[in-house]
Design a protein around this ligand. Structure first.
Ligand code: KIV
Ligand code: ZN
Length: 534
């Protein structure tokens, strides 16, 4: 084991709140949010540029893929602390220690459930055994690095006296951060604040650790609970971009940060977040995962700064502050999203890609430029939304194994919908087949299934217009389920022809299934979830 490094992220400034981002760990546990290595690295780079203090990069013991991702992020990303999650056992902890060891600032996050429900039904351990295991876990982690976070899972439903005892023991064993998870999103702001206050009053060594919040959104109170925690003295908040996460998700980073900034008069604390990067990173996450943000979502929703009513518009024209508490520019929403046209050059494209928060290398930019020109031939005005969809295609680390060459459909009143597809197989050969279906899209999916041999059930199929106007691209997002595993696979594509977009989105998901099957099947969902036997 490596010697303990003497790094810690404990804030020297008592009014500084640390932002701990867990998009790559708790966030990735959202159904359909799985990311590959290149996507995780891309997001980690954007999180570092955003200014988060800690990146929880994954759960290294869950799979070789998780381990590799945490290790790659730890090796590459400079600035934030890089954290790996571990249950309270030697194997998990050593694996997490190995994964984060090359980070400039490594952290191991050890968790063990403490509530009566979890003790009795899941762990079958007594209170004494829990304390002993927690202490052993923190000490084991301490052999890998100095910066250790301990989480009593389901803390919000744990008896307060026992919670105080566990937290005290974990700090005594060397924990530098104690995180208080509301694992099931059950608490309320006043109750959660009371827990944090009690810990500060009753745990004698509490001053030696940073208190952290980790709130889930099952009752829609994750952000309010986290903020109440800060008011009561917590100085780290665990959160995710767009609030993605297990079940209803985690506290949304952008909401927390903007609440603390906009109401600094009230909270009197600050973060190190570059808020103008909030909107770009929200978009980046959507483009990576296909999980679209609802229009009325605070801060990053499409309507967050749109004023519809005449009275509001009139007020805005007279004085913005009548109806606007934040400026769109503060969170990186660009004043106009009309970008480029047929005559725009490579330089203008590069500028726009940068201002949208994406990082493309020269090769990727060249390919993007070709795609951009092809699209500009089909539609006059290219908006940010159009561009983001094109960019997304060039961020994948592996080329698509199955590629659509051409498709032909016939349908109409009193006609049997049929589709013929030509697809390039992974071995380079071109295969073709035809099928009939309930409609042209169904016929295409069946024809693709016949060619690829990948059998999947369609769980969700959504078509939306990417921008306004008759020539707008149609974006198809779909989710496939494969009987042989528990994973769900999202596919996303856009085209000015929605039938083509449907075929491309379906193939996109099929390629993810094929890549996953090549790596030995989906194990994450069954094996790796925190809480499963923690
Ligand atoms: O919600 C939770 O309790 C967690 C822990 C692993 C911190 O995610
Ligand atoms: Zn959680």
């Amino acid at each position: 084991m490596a010697d303990a490094a003497s790094t810690t992220t404990a804030p020297v400034d008592p009014d500084r709140v640390l932002i701990f981002d867990t998009t790559l760990r708790d966030g990735e546990q959202s159904p359909g949010a799985s990311m590959n290595l290149a996507e995780k690295l891309e997001l980690a780079r954007a999180l570092a540029a955003l200014g988060v203090d800690v990146i929880e990069a994954g759960f290294p013991v869950a799979s070789d893929g998780d381990f590799e991702a945490v290790r790659a992020i730890a090796s590459e990303i400079v600035g934030p602390t890089i954290c790996g999650l571990a249950r309270c056992n030697e194997r998990d902890i050593d694996r997490a220690g190995e994964a984060v060891k090359s980070a400039g600032k490594p952290r191991i996050h050890v968790f063990l459930a403490t509530s009566a429900i979890h003790r009795e039904h899941k762990l079958r351990m007594t209170k004494e055994q829990i304390i002993e295991r927690a202490v052993q876990g923190v000490k084991r982690a301490k052999g890998h690095c100095h910066d250790i976070e301990f989480s009593p899972e389901d803390a919000a439903r744990t008896e307060i006296d026992f919670l105080c005892a566990v937290v005290e023991a974990a700090i005594e064993a060397g924990a530098t951060t104690v995180n208080i998870p509301d694992t099931v999103g059950y608490t309320t702001p006043a109750l959660y604040a009371q827990v944090i206050r009690t810990l500060r009053e009753r745990v004698p060594n509490i001053g030696r650790a940073v208190i952290s919040t980790h709130c889930h959104d099952d009752l829609g109170m994750a952000v309010a609970n986290s903020l109440a925690g800060v008011e009561a003295g917590a100085r780290q908040i665990e959160c995710t971009i767009n609030g993605i996460g297990e079940r209803a998700g985690n506290a949304a980073l952008e909401e927390i940060v903007m609440a603390l900034k906009t109401r600094a008069d009230y909270f009197r604390v600050h973060t190190g977040i570059k808020t103008e990067r909030l909107f770009p990173i929200s978009r980046l996450l959507t483009s990576i995962t296909g999980l679209v943000v609802q229009r009325n979502k605070a801060i990053v929703g499409r309507n967050a700064f749109a004023h519809e009513s005449g009275i509001h518009q009139d007020g805005m024209l007279k004085e913005r502050s009548t109806y606007e508490i934040m400026k769109p520019e503060e969170v990186g929403v660009l004043k106009t999203d009309l970008v480029l046209g047929k005559h725009s050059g490579r330089h203008a494209l590069r500028d726009r890609v940068d201002s949208l928060g994406f990082t493309l290398n020269e090769d990727q930019l060249n390919q993007l430029f070709d795609d951009f020109k092809a699209l500009a031939d089909k539609k006059k005005e290219i908006y940010d939304e159009d561009l983001i969809i094109l960019i997304e295609k060039h961020m994948k680390d592996t080329p698509a194994q199955w590629q659509l060459i051409s498709l032909h459909t016939t349908c109409g009143t009193n006609l049997l919908p049929t589709a013929t597809v030509q697809i390039r197989r992974p071995d380079g050969e071109i295969a073709q087949d035809a099928a009939i279906g309930d409609g042209p899209v169904d016929a295409i999916f069946k024809a693709v299934e016949r060619v690829t041999g990948v059998h999947a059930n369609l769980r969700e199929f959504v078509v939306r217009s990417v921008t306004q106007g008759k020539d707008a691209q149609g974006e198809v997002t779909l989710e496939l389920e494969v009987e042989s595993d528990t994973g769900s696979y999202r596919g996303r594509a856009a085209s000015t022809d929605i039938i083509e977009a449907s075929a491309l989105a379906y193939l996109n998901a099929v390629n993810t299934i094929a890549a996953r099957q090549q790596r030995g099947g989906v194990v994450r969902e069954v094996q790796g979830r925190p809480g499963a036997g923690a």
